[in-house]
Design a binder for this molecule. Structure first.
Ligand SMILES: *Cc1c(COP(=O)(O)O)cnc(C)c1O
Length: 430
């Protein structure tokens, strides 16, 4: 479709947008008396207006019932996490039995590694992306050491080729083939947090399986952003956080996926806790751990109800809007941002802002990462002062994430206006 960088055009796109009303279901920050343009749903999603009501139900039940709320509350707490499963499963393309919300992302990845990274002397290597999100990198490093291997030897990092920003998928496939005799696991971010590159998880999983390795993914930047089909792709395991695109609130509980081919096998080694124990017998306080089948068998503790209530308020919105519909809007919204951005920066010579996210829409989610050339972090600060909430990642990248649930085409147009003003100021300063 051909775009125009005008207010009338943006407003026309908003009128045609069948998801436009969802914007009203979220609280949009006003900072320094200014209605900000919020493009940071990839870091912390906005608050659903309904979150307070969902939370109130549980606070009221706690007040009314005390401990009896576990069984007699409006949404009995013993099984509260089950209420989040259908919407979560839909978002990642899984059976309900393959998904559960629990703990937090890095914790969950460690727990999943206990089960799915069981290296032998022969097969112990992990293939992953270079410059992973630090927490994931620490996960790999400490897991490898825990099993007595040397990270420099055991972790194979695939980097972009010289002078490139993106990883060539062929290089991953070649590395899988090259290390096939020693390979235990392929572990990637589904969408890279820095560049916004979306990987072909189906293809990587197939390639891992072809050489007898497993495939796991960190979906922090993928869930709620792009449609996923983890079950059909035969992905072995995955985990995600819920405070980014899923609007679950800061630091809230994460989610895991364990494919039924593993989940139904209760003999798979794992770390146990009472919430993963056979739920019919959980309160009999018996000695021997008998894991539940499915992802629930990886749970340890009883669940944080207040956080889960807030998360539920957002998951219910996703279930209603539908991830496929959101993706259709997202493709258009990000393409419009790309167009407006390029239209504005083309007018300025000295400051080069370069989009490093893939141009190909199927290789990215909603985020565009912009590399600052000929300017520095002060430019990002000026953008913030101009009321654009984006984020900065060292050394030189600004990430912009227009989110289809609550960002509009007019937001994108207004962003272009503010960027233009800012670039003009910077131009004059030179
Ligand atoms: C946001 C993010 C995390 C954060 O981990 P927590 O355990 O939730 O603090 C980890 N990995 C990736 C790839 C992320 O994007």
């Amino acid at each position: 479709m051909t775009f125009e960088n005008t207010l009338a055009f943006a407003q026309q796109l908003d009128r045609e947008d069948t998801l436009a009303d969802y914007r009203e279901q979220f609280l949009h920050p006003i900072i320094n008396d200014q209605q900000v343009l919020y493009f940071t749903g990839n870091s912390l999603g906005l608050q659903p207006k309904a979150a307070r009501d969902y939370l109130d139900i549980e606070l009221n039940d706690w007040a009314k019932w005390g401990v009896e709320g576990h069984f007699y509350g409006t949404n009995p707490w013993v099984s509260y996490h089950e209420l989040l499963t259908p919407a979560s499963a839909q978002l990642v393309g899984a059976n309900d039995s393959e998904v559960v919300c629990m703990n937090s992302l890095t914790t969950n990845l460690h727990l999943l590694f206990v089960s799915f990274y069981r290296p032998t002397k022969q097969k112990y290597k992990i293939i992953s992306e270079a410059k992973m999100f630090p927490s994931d990198r620490y996960l790999l490093e400490t897991q490898v050491r825990h099993h007595g291997f040397d990270p420099d030897d055991a972790i194979i990092e695939i980097a972009p080729r010289e002078g490139q920003h993106l990883i060539d998928e062929q290089d991953i496939l070649d590395a899988i083939a090259e290390h096939q005799d020693e390979l235990a696991l392929v572990f990637f971010g589904g969408v890279n947090y820095f560049t916004g590159q979306l990987f072909d998880m189906k293809k990587l999983t197939q390639a891992a399986h072809d050489v007898g390795a497993l495939a796991g993914f960190d979906l922090a930047h993928a869930v709620g952003n792009v449609p996923l089909h983890l079950h059909d792709w035969q992905v072995d395991f995955a985990a995600w956080c819920t405070y980014k695109y899923l609007n679950g609130s800061a630091g809230n509980v994460g989610g895991i996926f364990v494919h039924d081919k593993h989940g139904q096998d209760t003999s798979i080694p794992r770390f146990g806790g009472w919430w993963g124990h056979n739920k019919e017998r959980r309160f009999l306080m018996e000695n021997t751990f008998e894991p539940m089948s499915g992802a629930e068998g990886w749970q340890l503790s009883n669940v944080p109800i207040m956080g889960m209530a807030v998360l539920k308020s957002s998951l219910d919105i996703f279930a209603q809007a539908g991830i496929e519909n959101l993706r259709a809007k997202s493709l258009k919204l990000t393409a419009f941002l790309e167009f407006v951005f390029n239209d504005v920066v083309a007018k300025f010579e000295h400051i080069k802002l370069q989009i490093i996210t893939p141009i190909e829409p199927m290789q990215r989610g909603c985020q565009l990462s912009v590399k600052l050339i000929g300017t520095d972090k002060s430019f990002f600060q000026a953008l913030t002062n101009a009321g654009v909430i984006a984020d900065f990642r060292e050394p030189d990248v600004v990430r912009l994430a227009p989110v289809p649930l609550y960002n509009s085409f007019e937001d994108v147009y207004q962003f272009g206006c503010r960027l233009n003003t800012l670039l003009r100021e910077y131009q004059h300063e030179r």
